[in-house]
Design a binder for this molecule. Structure first.
Ligand SMILES: [Zn+2]
Length: 224
């Protein structure tokens, strides 16, 4: 299979920390999560599962469920939250890594990368990566882009900081091995039909066209 659908989760179950504004809809129930995993497990090569923000549920709920289904996933962690209540700590990160999961960076403080100065962006990308490499004991080469916000400068900075893969939130499928990989975010308020449309990569033609235009714009412009 040359294409895969990227599925992105944030938190599962009851949050154990104070949520950010507009974050709540991105938390799904354990039941919803289990339903998606059961579908993915039927054709695992057609999907890539990722998690943003480094919530405690990555370890407590997602990890055992993934292992049960024989699935692997990527976890993009905010290094500024490591060890805080409701977020992953160092031992959780090592447990995920030792179970064969990929650990990547989501930056330090959950900032929109296009808004940072060149120096701050470099710091955000390099420092978070170094911290995760120090904890996990191996190279970290993937990043999950916060809020799906990127532009040409962000993509260049990611490559300059040594990242080989960057995950956005543009939805739809992507070609294996591409540097920029779109994902669809699963939300708690999605109907079964909406979830099914994502899993079967069904996008209405007009939306598919708009997505393609938006991705080209973001890749080639600097929004600053
Ligand atoms: Zn995030």
């Amino acid at each position: 299979m040359t294409h895969a659908v990227g599925l992105n989760f944030h938190g599962i179950g009851e949050p154990r920390r104070t949520l950010e504004t507009d974050e709540a809809p991105y938390w799904v129930s354990p039941h919803q999560f289990e339903q998606v995993l059961a579908q993915v497990a039927k054709a695992p090569e057609g999907f890539q599962i990722t998690f943003d923000d480094g919530n405690l549920s990555d370890h407590d709920i997602a990890l055992p469920a993934l292992v049960d289904h024989g699935l692997q996933a990527r976890f993009f962690v905010l290094t500024g939250r490591i060890g805080q209540s409701g977020s992953l700590d160092k031992a959780h990160l090592r447990a995920l890594s030792e179970a064969g999961m990929t650990i990547g960076s989501h930056g330090i403080d959950h900032t929109a990368w296009p808004t940072l100065s060149d120096a701050d962006l470099r710091q955000e990308l390099q420092t978070s990566r170094a911290r995760l490499e120090d904890i996990c004991g191996h190279a970290v080469t993937e990043a999950g882009i916060p809020f799906g916000r990127y532009d040409a400068r962000v993509l260049r900075a990611l490559q300059a900081a040594g990242y080989t893969t960057a995950w956005s939130s543009d939805g739809g499928s992507f070609r294996h091995q591409s540097f920029l990989r779109p994902r669809a975010s699963l939300r708690g308020d999605m109907s079964d039909d909406e979830t099914h449309a994502i899993l079967s990569n069904r996008m209405p033609p007009l939306r598919r066209l708009r997505r393609a235009v938006r991705m080209v714009q973001k890749r080639w412009t600097i929004t600053g």
